[in-house]
Design a protein around this ligand. Structure first.
Ligand code: XMP
Length: 429
């Protein structure tokens, strides 16, 4: 193992991710582990130089007092108690905090500042090889940042022992499946199974207008298609997942309440038993991107804007039709192209188009026409909980509008959504 590690034991403090990030910012790798880890489990972690207990002993979470095992307090690994009470409270001033952390990590624990992506990748490759041996790993590769980075890391570690399945649900953006095939099959020579399930998804979705129902159908069908592929393959013991640290926080740790349930490929049937391989589960999003860059993935894949799992399905509003789905896909491609030309792709957090399921009157070629509209949305946010709109330059909007009206079939009107979140949400469904 190449990197030293400081373990933050989770006594229910919401500050744990912040502390882990502060330690990593000082160049030392840090992982967060549950408070009930045993001494043997702690000792089995590589290169643990120190532990930090944030919250103090006998924390009360939901009326229950929790603490780490006495044997951990008594062991030979240096421990820092970050207590906000008492005579010698943990400094709140950022500079003082940094000094206190540095003193603990470097002077008391003797850790080396050797956390960087090269070492992280080298360590994960070793860990993956140890875990997997000569067995095979299955991975649902959507082309999103997390699944792409985990695929690249697994390819580096175990090459052809990784089997990627890319399910095209027909709700991808323009050229998205093609670029997954190009990067992973043609450039990285992955063992990639491509399943075009467009017809299957669109048939199931026909006539369904309720957004939650649409999401359920898309999620459920995805699992069924993936399961069918998994059953065709033999001798697979492991399932790779692009779980990252924020997913774990959102799904609730032992001490934090569940914010939302998170499923990457949750819901597989009981008899399909896999052990999980989750090499990114301690990384924050920016670190996942840095890892992807280091592994040679194209910047467009690593820095792409967030894209919902149900894809264009929740942007083709109401009951999905192929005609309107094509209008969403083409207008989205134009928007992305023009945002890139204007340099807005690096500035705006999320931008997309939607097509509602009603028509408005227009005039084309001197005749009355009755056609759909495209709504453009471009927002900025820190955490997706609240959002403000981007004040897109008028000329850029004019160019996009002109292109959509002349290049996209069945569209006679383009609108710009001015609504912040709240009261609107980022997506329309
Ligand atoms: P809302 O619309 O709730 O969106 O303001 C907040 C963020 O979440 C994304 N989003 C989704 N992501 N599956 C996903 O993986 C979904 O069903 C889903 N719905 C919304 C949305 O794009 C935005 O970034």
């Amino acid at each position: 193992m190449k990197q030293d590690m400081i373990v933050v034991l989770d006594l229910g403090s919401e500050e744990n991710p912040k502390i882990a990030r502060e330690i990593r910012a000082l160049g030392v790798y840090s992982e967060i582990h549950p408070h009930d880890i045993t001494l043997a489990e702690l000792k089995a972690l590589p290169n643990v130089k120190g532990i930090i207990l944030n919250g103090g002993p006998n924390r009360v979470v939901d009326g229950v007092s929790i603490d780490v095992a006495k044997e951990i307090y008594d062991c030979d690994i240096p421990a820092l108690l970050v207590d906000h009470r008492g005579d010698d409270p943990w400094p709140v001033d950022d500079g003082e905090r940094e000094t206190a952390l540095k003193n603990f990590i470097f002077t008391i624990c003797g850790a080396e500042a050797n956390w960087n992506m090269d070492n992280f990748i080298a360590d994960q490759v070793e860990l993956i090889r140890n875990q997997v041996g000569d067995k095979k790993v299955l991975l649902a590769l959507s082309g999103g940042v997390d699944s792409s980075v985990v695929a690249a890391l697994l390819i580096k570690a175990i090459g052809q022992q990784l089997v990627c399945v890319h399910v095209n649900h027909g709700l991808m953006r323009k050229n998205e499946s093609e670029s997954v095939i190009e990067v992973f099959k043609n450039q990285l020579h992955a063992n990639l199974i491509y399943v075009d399930a467009t017809d299957r998804f669109l048939d199931k979705l026909a006539g369904v207008a309720d957004p939650e129902q649409k999401r359920k159908i898309i999620g459920g069908e995805f699992i069924r298609v993936f399961e069918e592929e998994a059953r065709k393959l033999e001798g697979i013991d492991f399932l790779g997942q692009g779980t990252i640290y924020p997913d774990i926080i959102e799904s609730g740790t032992k001490t934090a309440k569940m914010v939302k349930s998170h499923h990457n490929v949750g819901g597989l049937p009981e008899d399909l038993k896999f052990q999980l391989v989750e090499p990114l589960k301690q990384l924050f999003k920016d670190e996942v991107r840095a890892c992807g860059v280091e592994l040679g993935l194209p910047p467009a894949m690593v820095y792409r804007q967030p894209f919902p799992g149900p894809g264009l399905g929740v942007r083709c509003l109401g009951a999905i039709t192929r005609e309107r789905l094509a209008a969403v896909r083409e207008s989205d491609a134009i928007l992305r192209e023009e945002f890139e030309k204007a340099g807005l792709n690096k500035k705006v957090w999320q931008y997309f188009t939607v097509v509602p399921d009603f028509k408005s009157v227009g005039v084309k070629n001197n005749a009355r026409c009755f056609d759909y509209m495209v709504i453009i949305r471009a927002i900025n946010t820190i955490d997706a909980m609240t959002a403000t709109i981007e004040r897109v330059d008028w000329d850029v909007l004019q160019t996009i509008t002109d292109r959509i009206l002349s290049e996209v079939d069945h569209v006679n009107r383009v609108c710009y959504d001015m609504s912040p979140k709240p009261p609107a949400t980022i997506e329309f469904e």
